[in-house]
Design a protein around this ligand. Structure first.
Ligand SMILES: NC(=O)c1ccc[n+]([C@@H]2O[C@H](COP(=O)([O-])OP(=O)(O)OC[C@H]3O[C@@H](n4cnc5c(N)ncnc54)[C@H](OP(=O)(O)O)[C@@H]3O)[C@@H](O)[C@H]2O)c1
Length: 81
C-alpha cells in the first residue's frame, strides 16, 4: 500500500484527492499537514488519516509517508517540491 501525505487542507484535496485515496485499493491516507494543527486534525479525522501535523516540515520528515501531494498555491510548488 502506498502511504500518501498531503500538504495542506486545500479545497482540491478535500473535494477530490482525499476521497479518491480513501476509495483506492492500493493507497492509504497516512498524513495530512496544515499550518494550523486543528485543521489538519479535523480533516484527518474525516478521512481516516493516521497522522495529522501542524507544519509541512513535520510531514516531510515522517517515515510513514511514501509520497506527497502538494495542493499549495502555485507560487509555492517549487519550494515545497
Ligand atoms: N480547486 C481546484 O479545483 C483545483 C483543480 C486543479 C488544480 N488545483 C491546484 O491545486 C492547488 C490548490 O488549489 P485549491 O483551490 O485547492 O486551494 P485552496 O483551497 O486555497 O488551498 C490552498 C492551501 O494552501 C495552504 N497555504 C499555504 N500557504 C498559503 C497562503 N499563503 N495562502 C493561502 N493558502 C496557503 C492552505 O492550507 P493550510 O491552511 O491547511 O496550511 C490552503 O488551504 C493550486 O495549485 C491549484 O492550482 C486546484
Amino acid at each position: 500500500m502506498f502511504r500518501w501525505g498531503v500538504l495542506s487542507t486545500a479545497k482540491i484535496g478535500r473535494e477530490q484527492l482525499l476521497p479518491a485515496i480513501v476509495d483506492s485499493e492500493n493507497g492509504v491516507l497516512s498524513a495530512i499537514a496544515s499550518r494550523d494543527l486543528s485543521k489538519a486534525k479535523a480533516l484527518g479525522e474525516r478521512f481516516g488519516a493516521r497522522h495529522a501535523f501542524g507544519s509541512y516540515e513535520e510531514l516531510l520528515a515522517s517515515p510513514d509517508v511514501d509520497g506527497v501531494y502538494i495542493p499549495l498555491p502555485t507560487s509555492q510548488h517549487v519550494e515545497w517540491t
